[in-house]
Design a binder for this molecule. Structure first.
Ligand SMILES: NC(=O)C1=CN([C@@H]2O[C@H](COP(=O)(O)OP(=O)(O)OC[C@H]3O[C@@H](n4cnc5c(N)ncnc54)[C@H](OP(=O)(O)O)[C@@H]3O)[C@@H](O)[C@H]2O)C=CC1
Ligand SMILES: O=C(O)C1=N[C@H](C(=O)O)C[C@H](O)C1
Length: 279
């Protein structure tokens, strides 16, 4: 049944909506510490968490703070919006402290996720969400791309971002490539045809799980991605545009509201959404 607490549209649930059906008493507020609070995502997240009446913003950290500020503030949840080199350290601290953690930071490679799994094994009650993208449009575009990918000979990804972005390719592009590769492998579809033999400057992009990913950094852009799918005589283009960081905030709140009920590691916000598996 539809649960308003899990709705993308409901960024302001009332206390009544958050009552447990068993006890019919309001739940304690979610005590959130934001790490990376001075950043572009962090400043939006401060507003979103502060405006949510089922949450309390108890700590805001930047590179200048010790992580112990999180536990000093008695946070129950950590929202990590930092940089790829720092995020694993923040998350390891949070998991050790038994705090549910939502990660928006990019750069969570398979190796880093494996280390996190071992850390979580010692804290089985803790929930962690790695969300490469919090916006519903992007999550759906990635799912649609994975669904379509087995039906086309060729697939390539172009991600386009603002020039302040420190990592490439984007976490969203990596996740999209992984899901496309899995869907094609399950369907027994081989690699995209490509006669390229000489490419000393890597003009064909990075290969992520066998999928070519191209990264553009352009002043004036925010966060955009196209998945190009081609087969003789036709092309399908799946494009998502995030024009504003406000697009991520319903997903941030959904993650914070859900993570405690999902112990262990979830990868991708789609894990918290009721979506059909791509075929
Ligand atoms: N999942 C999603 O939907 C989205 C994810 N992102 C990702 O979120 C991350 C943050 O993006 P954005 O806000 O644009 O980045 P910014 O560069 O604007 O912010 C980075 C933040 O990290 C902080 N930071 C840096 N080093 C440390 C440290 N050692 N300890 C604690 N905090 C530190 C910075 O603090 P200080 O001010 O002190 O330097 C700053 O607050 C990126 O990985 C980005 O790709 C972005 C958009 C959407
Ligand atoms: O740095 C950004 O801006 C973004 N980062 C995330 C990523 O790496 O995919 C999400 C979105 O693309 C915006």
């Amino acid at each position: 049944m539809f649960d308003p607490v899990f709705s993308f549209h409901n960024t302001q649930p009332t206390k009544v909506e958050r009552m447990s059906p068993q006890t019919a008493t309001p739940q304690d507020p979610i005590r959130v510490a934001i790490v990376g609070a001075t950043g572009k995502m962090g400043t939006h997240a401060i507003d979103a968490v502060s405006a949510a009446n089922d949450m309390e913003l108890v700590a805001t950290l930047s590179s200048k703070n010790e992580l112990t500020a999180i536990t000093d503030a008695k946070a129950t949840h950590v929202l990590d919006l930092t940089i790829p080199d720092v995020s694993p350290n923040v998350v390891a601290f949070a998991v050790r402290a038994g705090l549910h953690t939502v990660i928006g930071t990019s750069g969570w490679t398979e190796d880093k996720r494996a280390v996190l799994q071992t850390q979580l094994a010692d804290h089985p009650e803790v929930g962690v969400l790695i969300a490469p993208n919090f916006s519903i449009g992007s999550v759906l575009a990635t799912r649609f791309a994975a669904q379509a990918a087995p039906y086309f000979d060729s697939v390539e990804i172009i991600e386009m971002h603002h020039p302040q972005k420190v990592d490439a390719p984007s976490g969203t592009a990596v996740r999209t490539a992984e899901m496309i590769a899995t869907a094609r492998e399950r369907a027994g579809v081989g690699p995209s045809p490509d006669a390229t033999q000489h490419d000393p400057g890597h003009a064909r992009g990075a290969k992520i799980d066998g999928i070519n990913v191209h990264a553009v950094r352009l002043a004036g852009l925010e966060a955009h991605q196209e998945v190009l799918l081609g087969t003789p005589g036709q092309q399908l283009v799946l494009r998502h545009d995030a024009f504003d960081r406000a697009s991520y905030m319903p997903g941030v709140l959904l993650g914070l509201r859900t993570v405690a009920a999902r112990p262990g590691l979830a990868y991708g916000l789609d894990a918290y959404l009721d979506l059909d598996e791509p075929s």
